[in-house]
Design a protein around this ligand. Structure first.
Ligand SMILES: Cc1ncc(C[n+]2csc(CCOP(=O)(O)OP(=O)(O)O)c2C)c(N)n1
Ligand SMILES: [Mg+2]
Length: 740
């Protein structure tokens, strides 16, 4: 085939990938067709960036960050890996990757203008936040490195479905109904980040698990020498991330010139072969350039001298690849001009379409769409079922604790739904399975034993220990849930939830909204919370639920008794949203609120308060461990003063039952909002504000709050007693309020 005929052939083929096997290799070991296609995509990527830059200067788009200088590495990745088969967690420089996978320039520009028809986010995310279910590109956040753990979880899910293919089938009546599970035994997962972002702990946490589990993840480090203005040696000791990681077992490693297209193809082919063969993960460290500033909000002349920028320009992958085409005789100057003109026109048309695209509707209803699932409504009253205790007299003879009934619910649901996986710190019975098999040990099953027996019954594929790293737990769960698994993970103590905060605030609850409903990760995060432990002290007694009720997209559940815990956990597991399931440690094994096992299908809907005590004089709105204390206080106030107190147990904090609150307040005209967490900026502040706002005319007294002091929980019990609200604190509040 002559030069221009090759070019025409490629142009005819559009984005179609050429068959590497059947085409003769050029001198650099890559076929002419593939090199030509690579150049077309690289040029397309650069021109799309350039077009966005013009549009930004014209104020027709609102942000721009380019992929310039990274194109060779990314086109090689996109043409080597399989679109819609492998999985992709790219970062913002990966424009060329997405184009190579088949995303159109128009789709990218639709995001830049924030169009309603932006397929990645419907105008919700900045440009360069790629997402496309069709191409298996999963919606990212802007946070550097959180995607690494998602990639790991995604690879684990692929392996799980390959080992248990029967679990992929749909199931009516729970979140599975809306999950199309796809998997291939030899799929790989791509994840990329900049060299600066390798400083983040979550990157290292992801290497840890990928290595340990021999997962087919290709980590791509796009090393352009700078993180905004911070040079590589500030982020990376010694300046080479390759040197730092090379002791991780099971990896394929390649450190390459990421501006040399042929070398990039070789590295990705070898990496993919290593991963597909099940040998473990791969790590490709590509040295690239950043010819433009970090973004259009940055000016690199402020921190990079002309000499350095000039040296970079000499390595521009576009000119290098163009030279290669000429040198190899694949295309002559005219051919290049023709190809580039065609791409220019394609980009011009794409921009024109994008600029005429409809803008998103900005009604409240539309804006709130996809904060939560539209499929499964966990507040449906029909979910409330009657408990169906066993008819055996032996079973009926003893009521079970909250700990027992949470454990029972986990077992029931794992029997019912083979997609549930449970992991966290110490949750397995015994990681060294042989000790269990040989009957040498009984097994642990959680520091509070809530997951006892799960590994023994369901196997180590479904109940296992995580490393001691909370972000690792939640981040992997996100990646698994995106693929259709149902992770029910445990954070050992609420006090240690903070390392996972990025995942819990910026990833898990946002996936559905930021992708405009195309991706979701309905994970359940179980967390022991709260004090009254006499000796728990600062780091085993904290509350802090309002931080999560202040996070859109996250359901927050806080049961006060065994039966509710059982029914609410079942709803949490079956529903289609992320749920923070808060379990008060002091209620786990107390005598308060024990119940008979209600059967394997007992459910309690979210957003429905329980009236724990009826009364006409005043209302207490509360939840969790304050419920029994409020009952104690109310009983005393009745005994001693004849006061009739109504107590509402909210049971779920988001959503919460304002109707029940309003109904009670209309009856009593006096209300106390009581909780264990600190007073200031606590959960009660919002409830109190809303009551004052919406029920002002029904009130005969100011809304009162009872809560802990604005400090942490001390070790010495006499200090803890003063810091946390007690039954007597509530009793005093009842008497004071009654005087109005
Ligand atoms: C967790 C987090 N911290 C800070 C930022 C702000 N930020 C965005 S990009 C960036 C630099 C990233 O550098 P690098 O990883 O080298 O990627 P590059 O931009 O050079 O491709 C920073 C600090 C962020 N997005 N996320
Ligand atoms: Mg960088």
């Amino acid at each position: 085939m002559g030069r221009s005929t090759v070019a025409e052939h490629i142009r005819e083929q559009g984005k179609e990938q050429s068959s590497e096997q059947s085409s003769p290799k050029s001198a650099v070991g890559v076929s002419s067709e593939r090199l030509l296609e690579a150049y077309r995509l690289m040029y397309l990527s650069r021109r799309t960036d350039d077009r966005e830059i013009i549009l930004k200067h014209q104020q027709k788009i609102f942000f721009q960050i380019s992929g310039a200088g990274h194109e060779a590495l990314l086109v090689a990745a996109g043409l080597t890996l399989k679109s819609g088969y492998d999985w992709f967690f790219p970062y913002y420089r990966d424009r060329a990757l997405t184009l190579a996978l088949g995303v159109t320039p128009e789709a990218l520009l639709l995001q830049a203008v924030g169009a309603a028809t932006d397929p990645a986010s419907g105008g919700r995310q900045m440009p360069s936040h790629w997402s496309s279910p069709e191409h298996h590109i999963v919606s990212p956040s802007s946070a550097t490195s959180t995607q690494c753990l998602h990639a790991v979880g995604c690879a684990e899910a692929g392996r799980y479905f390959s080992r248990h293919p029967e679990t992929a089938s749909k199931h009516e009546g729970d979140y599975r109904q809306w999950r199309d599970v796809q998997f291939h035994g030899n799929e790989v997962v791509y994840v990329s980040l900049g060299e600066g972002s390798t400083s983040q702990g979550e990157f290292w946490e992801s290497l840890n698990t990928a290595s340990n589990e021999k997962l087919p993840v290709i980590f791509v480090i796009e090393d352009n020498g700078y993180a905004i203005s911070v040079p590589v040696e500030v982020n990376t000791p010694g300046g080479s991330i390759s040197r730092l990681v090379h002791n991780f077992p099971n990896f394929y490693f390649a450190e390459i010139d990421g501006t040399d297209i042929a070398g990039c193809f070789r590295a990705f082919e070898e990496a993919a072969a290593h991963c597909r063969a099940g040998n473990g993960p791969a790590f490709i460290h590509g040295h690239v350039i950043r010819p433009y500033s970090h973004s259009l909000s940055d000016d690199d002349k402020l921190y990079r001298p002309e000499t350095e920028r000039h040296a970079d320009a000499l390595r521009d992958p576009l000119s290098k690849t163009q030279m290669l085409l000429l040198r190899e005789g694949i295309l002559d100057a005219d051919g290049i001009t023709r190809l580039e003109k065609k791409v220019d026109e394609e980009v011009r048309l794409a921009a024109e379409h994008a600029l005429h695209a409809p803008l998103p509707a900005h009604h409240r209803r539309d804006i709130l769409r996809h904060v939560y699932s539209e499929h499964y409504d966990p507040t449906r009253p029909e979910l409330q079922s009657a408990p169906a205790p066993s008819s055996s007299t032996q079973e009926r003879a003893h009521e079970r604790t909250m700990a027992d009934l949470i454990n029972a619910c986990l077992k029931d649901e794992m029997r019912r739904d083979p997609r549930i996986v449970v992991f966290g710190e110490d949750v397995a019975d015994c990681s060294r399975e042989q000790y269990l098999d040989e009957g040498l040990v009984k097994g642990k099953g959680g520091v509070f034993k809530l997951t006892a027996g799960l590994q023994s019954e369901f196997g180590s594929d479904r109940a296992f220990n995580s490393p001691l790293a909370e972000a690792n737990i939640v981040g992997r769960a996100v990646g698994m849930a995106v693929r259709g698994l149902k992770p029910v993970v445990e954070i050992q103590f609420f006090d240690y939830i903070w390392p996972a905060m990025h995942q819990l605030r910026n990833e898990l609850p946002l996936m559905r909204w930021r992708s405009n409903g195309t991706w979701a990760c309905p994970v359940v995060v179980r967390v022991p919370i709260g004090g009254y432990l006499t000796g728990g002290a600062i780091y085993h007694s904290q509350s802090g639920e309002s931080i999560f009720t202040h996070t859109p997209g996250m359901r927050v559940v806080f049961p006060s008794n065994a039966l509710d815990a059982n029914g609410l956990l079942r709803t949490a597991i079956r529903c289609d949203d992320p749920v923070m399931f808060l379990e008060h440690k002091h209620l786990y094994r107390g005598f308060w609120g024990r119940a008979l096992y209600p059967g394997p299908d007992y459910m309690v809907p979210f957003g429905k308060a329980a009236t724990v005590r009826r009364g006409t004089d005043l209302t207490i709105v509360t939840y969790g461990a304050i419920v029994p204390r409020a009952v104690q206080a109310a009983d005393k106030a009745h005994r001693e003063h004849g006061i009739e107190t109504e107590i509402l147990d909210l049971r779920t904090l988001n959503p919460y039952d304002f109707e029940a609150i309003a109904e009670s307040v209309r009856k009593t005209s006096k209300v106390i909002v009581a909780h264990e967490d600190m007073l200031s900026w606590g959960y009660g502040a919002e409830i109190a504000a809303r009551i004052s706002d919406e029920l002002f005319h029904d009130l005969d007294a100011p809304v009162r709050r009872v809560a802990s002091m604005d400090t942490f929980v001390a070790y010495q019990p006499i200090l803890e007693d003063v810091i946390l609200p007690q039954a007597d604190t509530i009793y005093d509040a009842i008497l004071t309020l009654k005087q109005f």
